[in-house]
Design a binder for this molecule. Structure first.
Ligand SMILES: [Zn+2]
Length: 413
């Protein structure tokens, strides 16, 4: 049995009447990707609290932590009102598109100013502090998932898993989701409108599965560091190579703009690793440093990082100055694309790198497409048309379409 996930109390703040806003963080303390769940913000719409509470006992996927706010408006819940104790609708009190609405205890009263209310201030501070990749805000009772302007893939995934319709409510002034999606690019916040009344336990479980589904979609790939030797001598050789082929005086890979997918033309991780580690002149061009790749993905889907992407690696003539190379152990495009575990690991890794470096999907290419890349450049005339046959356009196209069916890369930063 794996050990239970760490559950840590989190200080969020106090309500107007001094009630604590309770929250816990579930999952590894070093997880960088946070899913924030807010059980309630209107004191008359409390059903989502059961989902936030149930998630305390759920282990998030590796690399992800849940941040669970039981209730952002404990005074409203205690009084049985929509508002906080000042008669403010907290979900009209956030700074984006805030406008004055009504007076205290009017249904949608927005408060005297943006973030005038301690509850909204506390939540805003928490969000600024932890930068959740995804935030789910529970309301009632319209039975829908409202596109908030963030990642539609994640919203749709939630809607599908929870079996709620995916349908837009016209944008409202001063809502938390509007502020988050506007202020924090790449993060994604949306509203889930639950049905009226209390949720039965089957519904709670369904929503827990929807949250964990979203968490899995943003989970980072598992990468094992299996470095090949890349000492001072090899760096010196790489620098000389970069000078010869690109007119660049350095071995550092600055701002990678392309990801090139390869296969090794062998069936063994060990032989591919051995070739890359050897730093021998390659048989084809007879140059140094030896060929390599930043990542090598085994047949079982294990992702090995051989070289940090901050260093140039010789994997694609014309593109080594700006491309991260991903090698797959395998002997054909079809073999790699047909291996579910290897392909899934590869897509997840590529998506994560796209997010980390802001690389567009059109610049995720197969080695066989290298000459068509707008980033291709080569000073050595006899090599200007040199490329390889791995990852032909048909295969690379399939690979890119599979990327487009995943969460947006910004969600995987
Ligand atoms: Zn290749």
């Amino acid at each position: 049995m794996p050990a239970a996930a760490a559950v840590d109390p989190v200080v969020v703040g106090d309500s107007e009447q001094g009630r604590p806003i309770r929250a816990v963080r579930v999952g590894p303390r070093d997880a960088k990707r946070i899913v924030l769940v807010v059980g309630a913000i209107h004191g008359t719409e409390l059903a989502g609290r059961a989902i936030a509470d149930r998630l305390r006992r759920v282990r998030p996927p590796r690399g992800v932590a849940f941040l669970l706010v039981h209730d952002a408006n404990p005074d409203g819940a205690a009084a049985g009102t929509r508002w906080n104790a000042n008669g403010v609708d907290l979900n009209r009190n956030f700074p984006t598109a805030w406008e004055p609405i009504g007076r205290p205890f009017d249904t949608y009263h927005s408060g005297p100013a943006p973030l005038s209310e301690p509850e909204a201030r506390s939540l805003a501070a928490l969000i600024r502090d932890v930068r959740p990749r995804v935030t789910v805000w529970y309301h009632q009772h319209m039975r829908l998932v409202d596109p908030g302007g963030g990642d539609r893939f994640l919203e749709r995934l939630y809607a599908r898993r929870s079996r709620l319709p995916y349908r837009a409510i016209p944008p409202l002034p001063g809502t938390a989701t509007r502020w988050q999606n506007g202020a924090f690019r790449g993060d994604s916040a949306f509203v889930v409108e639950l049905p009226a009344g209390r949720l039965d336990s089957a519904s709670v479980r369904r929503h827990v599965r929807a949250v964990t589904g979203v968490a899995r979609a943003i989970a980072p790939p598992t990468v094992v560091r299996t470095p090949i030797p890349f000492g001072a001598e090899r760096k010196r050789q790489m620098r000389a190579y970069a000078r010869r082929h690109y007119g660049i005086d350095g071995f550092k890979l600055r701002q990678p703009r392309v990801i090139v997918e390869h296969f090794t033309a062998s069936n063994s991780f060990a032989s591919a690793f051995g070739t890359f580690a050897a730093n021998a002149p390659d048989v084809e061009l007879g140059e140094l440093p030896g060929v390599c790749a930043h990542f090598l993905i085994a047949r079982d889907g294990a992702v090995h990082r051989l070289v940090p992407p901050s260093i140039m690696c010789r994997h694609t003539v014309g593109l080594n100055w700006t491309a991260i190379g991903i090698e797959h152990v395998g002997t054909s495009d079809a073999q790699v694309l047909g291996n579910r575990r290897q392909l899934r690991a590869s897509l997840r890794l590529t998506r994560s790198l796209q997010g980390a470096y802001g690389i567009a999907t059109r610049n995720v290419i197969g080695h066989a497409e290298s000459l068509e890349s707008p980033f291709h450049r080569e000073r050595v005339a006899r090599l200007r048309r040199q490329t390889h046959g791995d990852f032909q356009p048909v295969a690379a196209g399939r690979y890119r379409r599979a990327l487009d069916r995943m969460a947006a890369p910004s969600s995987l930063r």
